[in-house]
Design a protein around this ligand. Sequence first.
Ligand code: NAP
Length: 275
Amino acid sequence: MLGMDVVPILKNNHKVVVTDKEELDVTDPQAVYNVMVSCNFDWVVHMAALTDLDWCEDNVAEVIKVNTLGSKNIAKACAKIGCRLIYISTSGVFSGNKEIPYTEIDLPAPINVYGLSKYLGEIAVSSLIEEEKWLILRVGWLFGGGERDKKFVGKILQKIKRGPKVFCVNDFQGSPNYSVDMGHLINTMIDKDLYGLFHVANSGEPASRYDMAIAIRDFLHSNTVIKPVSSDKFPTKALRPKMEAIVSLRIDEYGIKLRNWRDALGEYVKRLAET
Ligand SMILES: NC(=O)c1ccc[n+]([C@@H]2O[C@H](COP(=O)([O-])OP(=O)(O)OC[C@H]3O[C@@H](n4cnc5c(N)ncnc54)[C@H](OP(=O)(O)O)[C@@H]3O)[C@@H](O)[C@H]2O)c1
C-alpha cells in the first residue's frame, strides 16, 4: 500500500530502483547485499514487512524472520556500502496505556507480535548503522494505495456505499496518515538530509476508526448510518493498543508540517471515487 504511493513521488526527483518480494526477498542476506552493491544506492527506503497483525500472532518465526531479521539484513548491507537507510516503523510499538499521543521520548512496549517485530527492526537499524545514516519513521494508521487498497479505508468505503448501516470501533485511537503525504515527506527528509527517529502522521486530533468512517461517509454525501461499537464486539487475535496516536517533538524545527488528516482523507476518498 505505502509503496504504491511513495514510489511515483520519489521518481519525480530521484532515480529509483523498486523491488518487491519476487525480485528481492529481504530474508536473504546475500541477495540483499548483492542488490545494494550492484545498484550503488545513496538511500534505501525499506517498506517491506508482513503487516497482517492477526496473521502475525500465529506465525511468530516467519514474522521475526521478515520484519526483524530482514531489516537487519538491509541495515547490515547499508552499513557495508555506506548508504543511508529509511526504515518505516509503526505507532504500534507502544502499549497504548497512555492517555495522550506518544512522542519520540516515550518508551516502546509492544503488545503484539507485529509491534515487537517492528521494534526489534528499529533496534537492528539504529545499532548497525552509524548515527547520521539512519532515519526511522514511526508512522500512524496509513491509508492510500488506490485501486489496490485492501485496508481499512478501502474496505469501509465499499461498506458505506452499500449501506444502510456500518458498525465501527470507537475505543481505539490512532493518527490517520495518507501514504501520498508520506511520499512527499520522505522526499523532503531526503532533501534535508535528516536522520534519527521521527514520529510522522497527518496533523489533527487523534481519531478512532468510527471517526474516520464518519468523515468518509460525509465526504461521500452518503446516508449510511455509522454506529459506534466497542472493540469487544469485534474480538481480534492480536491485541491493539487503545491509544496509538503519535506526535513529533522534533519535526517542527525542520519546518515540516503535514496537513490535517481530514483534508488528506477527503482527497483520498475523491481519488478512490474517480478510479
Ligand atoms: N498499514 C499501516 O497502517 C502501517 C502503519 C505503520 C507502519 N507501516 C509499515 O509501513 C510499511 C508498508 O506497509 P503497507 O501497509 O504498505 O503494507 P503492505 O501493503 O502489506 O506492503 C508490504 C510489502 O512488503 C512485501 N514483503 C513481504 N515480505 C517480504 C519479503 N520477505 N521480502 C520483500 N518484500 C516483502 C509485501 O509483498 P507481498 O504483498 O508480495 O507479500 C508487500 O509488498 C511496512 O513496513 C509496515 O510495517 C504500515
